[in-house]
Design a protein around this ligand. Structure first.
Ligand SMILES: O=C(O)C1=C[C@@H](OP(=O)(O)O)[C@@H](O)[C@H](O)C1
Ligand SMILES: C=C(OP(=O)(O)O)C(=O)O
Length: 448
């Protein structure tokens, strides 16, 4: 273990209400189709751009979850409005109208809310105070605070570069050039780019840190800006230029959340041979990092196939360990780490030091929970090494982290007696997860 790796004492998080007995995979396997709700990352980008748009928009397939509810509430406080449309799952948005005075924004534990909205708040004629959950108050924020200050925005943060802080906005923000160290989160770049079309000079953002995680999420930001008519130059390495202009967001459709789909896809891979999970609505082309999951599962021994927009993962009954750099898709790491505990050889996950600043320190949380159940997981400077050992049942703590809950459910498929703490924490991005999981396993293998 490296010096900067922390471990979590086994009794540091008390068991709480809402514990969930993770079901075992049926011995005969199962075949299921699982429709996942809209992408968190796309939903929250579209909500921001709908608020910054030149006119009203219709959004279809929007994710309804804690992170998107917080985003809608925050944008409403900043002067936008959202109302249900006439068709199921349809939302109508009206862009920001001028606001003044003092505004409070609750970011919850949502990285997209805490990193995407300060640059929006920087452009309203109000003082906007950001705060969030206890866990949010330790997530890295300094790069975005420093970038806003460099652009001439006053930010009061008590000197620690963390939540809570207050942004004193200016509706005539010029923009220009700014450097940002996004090695701890790509969301610092995305937040600045999303708000840039309204700056009178637009904005050039240059990343100056040693590593840059989650490149697909930055590509997603560039893609949604272009989708709405904004010119973006991303031709240089780690430099993005967003030109000023009206955001023409009128008709929006959100893709299913492929990272959340990943939990169910891992379930198929972990289950008895022949088990399968089909995800309908798989996009033909996407910037979502969840699109990496089929390739990873293939490497681990599962079979995957795409038939039109239906992605199917089928268990071969064998799981191999892998050596994978997950820098591009760090949010998949908890699910893959969980699957790795069930493989027949060790797994090394690299490129994910930034997971220490996610909903919890995910490297510490995963190592602690895997080791608690009798497995072997070691933190490295930028990831985890997992050596499969027979696991025993017990409480799998989730640290308010939806993806830790997914990981516990995956371990529990093949380990009797796993109880996942606070399963409702999955509502951050996928309310109803436990019911969807039970439905998937209840399907059984039927002759088709
Ligand atoms: O922009 C986004 O929507 C996200 C970017 C990534 O953040 P990091 O770069 O901080 O990992 C990802 O992990 C997060 O779940 C969503
Ligand atoms: C890191 C994640 O979320 P956030 O948007 O809060 O950073 C995640 O969903 O895995």
């Amino acid at each position: 273990m490296t010096d900067n790796a922390k471990t979590i004492p086994s009794d540091s998080v008390p068991a709480s209400q809402g514990d969930w007995a993770a079901p075992l995979a049926p011995v005969g396997g199962f075949r299921a189709e699982v429709s996942v709700p809209g992408s968190k990352s796309l939903s929250n980008r579209y909500l921001v751009l709908a608020a910054l748009a030149a006119g009203p928009a219709v959004i279809r397939g929007l994710l309804r979850s804690r992170d998107t509810e917080l985003m809608m509430a925050a944008l409403t406080a900043l002067g936008a409005s959202f109302s249900p449309g006439t068709a199921p799952g349809e939302w109508r948005s009206v862009p920001l109208s001028p606001v003044t005075g003092d505004i409070e924004i609750d970011t919850g534990l949502a990285g997209t809310v805490m990193r995407f909205l300060p640059p929006v708040a920087a452009q309203v004629a109000a003082s906007v105070r950001f705060d969030g959950d206890e866990g949010a108050r330790v997530r890295p924020m300094a790069p975005i605070i420093d970038a806003l200050r460099a652009l001439g925005v006053r930010v009061d943060d008590g000197g620690d570069g963390l939540l809570p802080f207050t942004v004193h906005g200016n509706p005539h923000l010029r923009g220009g050039h700014v450097d940002v160290d996004a090695s701890k989160s790509s969301q610092f770049v995305s937040g600045l780019l999303l708000a840039a079309p309204r700056m009178s000079e637009g904005l050039t953002v240059r990343h100056i840190g040693p590593t840059l995680p989650s490149l697909p999420h930055i590509a997603m930001t560039v893609a949604v800006l272009r989708q709405f008519g904004i010119q973006v130059d991303d031709s240089r390495d780690a430099i993005w230029r967003v030109y000023p202009g009206p955001v023409q967001a009128e008709q929006i459709r959100v893709e299913p959340d492929l990272s959340n789909a990943g939990a169910f896809m891992c379930a198929a891979a972990a289950a008895p041979a022949g088990s399968s999970v089909t995800i309908p609505g798989w996009p033909r082309a996407t910037t979502q990092p969840g699109d990496m999951m089929p390739g990873i599962l293939e490497q681990m021994g599962a079979r995957t196939s795409l038939d039109g927009d239906r992605l199917t993962v089928t268990s071969s009954g064998q799981l191999r360990g892998i050596d994978a750099d997950l820098a591009a898709g760090g949010e998949l790491a908890p699910q893959i780490a969980a699957l790795a505990t069930l493989a027949d050889s060790p797994t090394r996950l690299r490129g994910i030091a930034h997971l220490r600043g996610h909903e919890t320190d995910r490297l510490a949380a995963l190592a602690t929970e895997i080791n608690r159940l009798g497995g072997r997981a070691e933190q490295t400077s930028d990831g985890l090494v997992i050596t499969p050992l027979p696991l025993r049942g017990g409480l799998w703590r989730t640290y308010h982290d939806h993806r830790m809950a997914h990981a516990g459910a995956i371990v529990g498929l093949a380990t009797p007696g796993v109880v996942v703490q606070d399963i409702a924490t999955t509502a951050k991005t996928m309310p109803g997860f436990a019911g969807m999981w039970e439905d998937m396993l209840g399907t059984g293998i039927k002759e088709q």
